[in-house]
Design a protein around this ligand. Sequence first.
Ligand SMILES: NC(=O)c1ccc[n+]([C@@H]2O[C@H](COP(=O)([O-])OP(=O)(O)OC[C@H]3O[C@@H](n4cnc5c(N)ncnc54)[C@H](OP(=O)(O)O)[C@@H]3O)[C@@H](O)[C@H]2O)c1
Length: 262
Amino acid sequence: MAISNEVIWVTGASSGLGYELAKQLAGAGNTVIASARNLDALKSLQREAPSNIEILDFDLLDDAALSEAQARLKALSPKLDRVILNAGTCEYMDPLDFDWSLAEKIMRVNYVGMVNSLSIAYDLLRESERGHIVGIASQASELPFTRAEAYGASKAAVQYFLQSLRLDVKQFGIDVTVVLPGFVDTPLTRRNTFSMPFLMPAEEAAGRIIGAIEKRVLRYAFPRRLSAMLWMLRRVPRLWLSVGRDKSSKNNTQGAESRQES
Ligand SMILES: NC(=O)c1ccc[n+]([C@@H]2O[C@H](COP(=O)([O-])OP(=O)(O)OC[C@H]3O[C@@H](n4cnc5c(N)ncnc54)[C@H](OP(=O)(O)O)[C@@H]3O)[C@@H](O)[C@H]2O)c1
């Protein structure tokens, strides 16, 4: 791995993709600062590479915890070479019983949480010779999917924010990479009841992301087969409307049936 001897902050490191990213980067000789709320999970991550992983447990939506985390981050390292803004969540809307508050809830974790993380890391990134901000967005925002109003919108916000930020931080020698994964096998996707094309193990996905980060690409969407498929479907919105609507009504019927059974 070309990335070594760096100080890298990974958010959402207690589980799934973040856990794998932290483990692989620490295994390659980097100092990884691992964040999330679940301290026990972070401690088991730390056991994977005890001398290279520091724990910074906090809730990135808790304002009081945020300023304390900023001080702890600074105490752990006077500079950050990279931050991987990975923490996030996903819940789907139910068209038969819309919970409108879900839009705010998901936007807060995925978008506000990401900006909060960045706000406490930014000064330390400026101390690096060549800082790098990596944001984990999603291919879900590349095409409208049924029930994905809240999640897709939050990831579109993440993507736009980082693309715009890139223009402003370039003058300070900071690069920005936006990562758009397809389906990765993690606790988040194990809750899904629909089929997930090209589902990939988290270990493989983390390895691919690290490969893209090394090259400091602007944008990395993977697997390519899925992004090519979505690219084509974006060009035929009316066809997608009928296919998506069919899928939606099928999901709704199944949802209604399971509600009746319970
Ligand atoms: N899996 C996929 O197919 C897929 C596809 C595209 C994009 N993504 C994105 O990839 C990222 C990682 O997803 P994953 O699949 O690895 O999910 P995951 O296993 O559920 O991990 C989510 C991580 O985010 C942390 N987190 C959530 N809310 C937090 C909060 N308020 N404060 C601090 N940390 C918080 C969780 O830690 P605690 O609960 O311990 O706080 C956990 O470490 C997410 O941004 C997700 O949207 C995933």
